[in-house]
Design a protein around this ligand. Structure first.
Ligand code: SF4
Ligand code: SF4
Length: 214
């Protein structure tokens, strides 16, 4: 198992170590291959900020700098559904197609989704995808098709495996474990969370987000 995968299953969280990400796209490929996603669909993407303005080497000290709103140089952030504690997508979905389940996974029920794309506007991390938005039905009914996003590889976790993206990341830039596992690992590496306090509270909830205050 990858060194970034510390524990799996109920209550496990997924979170990037932005300072370890080298923008290789391995996670994107691992996810697409594992879930046989069509070419136009991606459940994880790498957001690159300050492209071409690398200052101290790839992603060096980016987390702390982003947090302090200072200039971090070129920074690559693996973006996916972080299965937020206070999931904004769940609160805006008019049909209850999105649910944060007791085991910690944010799931979408295909049969309830009407493709209104409210979740797309609400998610700060760009997780919801609408791969069918261009198909015939979507054109006729004016919907975005059915929403798809990262499932955190729930099926793999249920048999003790890690999420494919995390398992295959060459630099262990995608961490999986409890909030304290993740905070401890970031600490050990000398990395800081890339997101500000508000985003951390969305992802982990007010209480759990405190374990990242060091
Ligand atoms: S697109 Fe589907 S999942 Fe998203 S808010 Fe609308 S009904 Fe809910
Ligand atoms: S956790 Fe699984 S579904 Fe989510 S991005 Fe990683 S590989 Fe894809």
């Amino acid at each position: 198992m990858s060194q970034g995968v510390m524990s799996t299953g109920e209550g496990a969280r997924i979170f990037p170590d932005v300072e370890a990400c080298i923008d290789c796209g391995g996670c994107v490929v691992a996810c697409k291959r594992t879930w046989e996603l069509p070419p136009q669909e991606q459940r994880i993407s790498i957001a690159t900020m300050f492209e071409g303005q690398e200052s101290q080497g790839m992603n060096a000290s980016s987390g702390k700098a982003l947090n302090e709103r200072s200039f971090p140089g070129e920074t690559s952030i693996p973006m996916q559904c972080y299965h937020c504690d206070n999931a904004p997508c769940v609160s805006v979905c008019p049909t209850d197609a999105l649910q944060k389940n007791g085991d910690g996974f944010v799931q979408v029920s295909d049969d309830l989704c009407v493709g209104c794309q409210y979740c797309l506007s609400a998610c700060p991390f760009g997780a919801p995808q609408f791969p069918e938005a261009d198909d015939g039905a979507a054109r006729i009914f004016g919907t975005g098709g059915t929403m798809d996003k990262c499932t955190m590889c729930e099926e793999r976790q249920s048999i003790g495996k890690g999420p494919a993206c995390a398992e295959e990341c060459a630099t262990d830039a995608i961490l999986v474990g409890s909030a304290s596992d993740i905070a401890g690992e970031l600490d050990r590496r000398g990395s800081a969370p890339a997101f500000n306090q508000q985003a951390m509270e969305i992802v982990f909830g007010k209480q759990e987000a405190k374990v990242f205050d060091r």
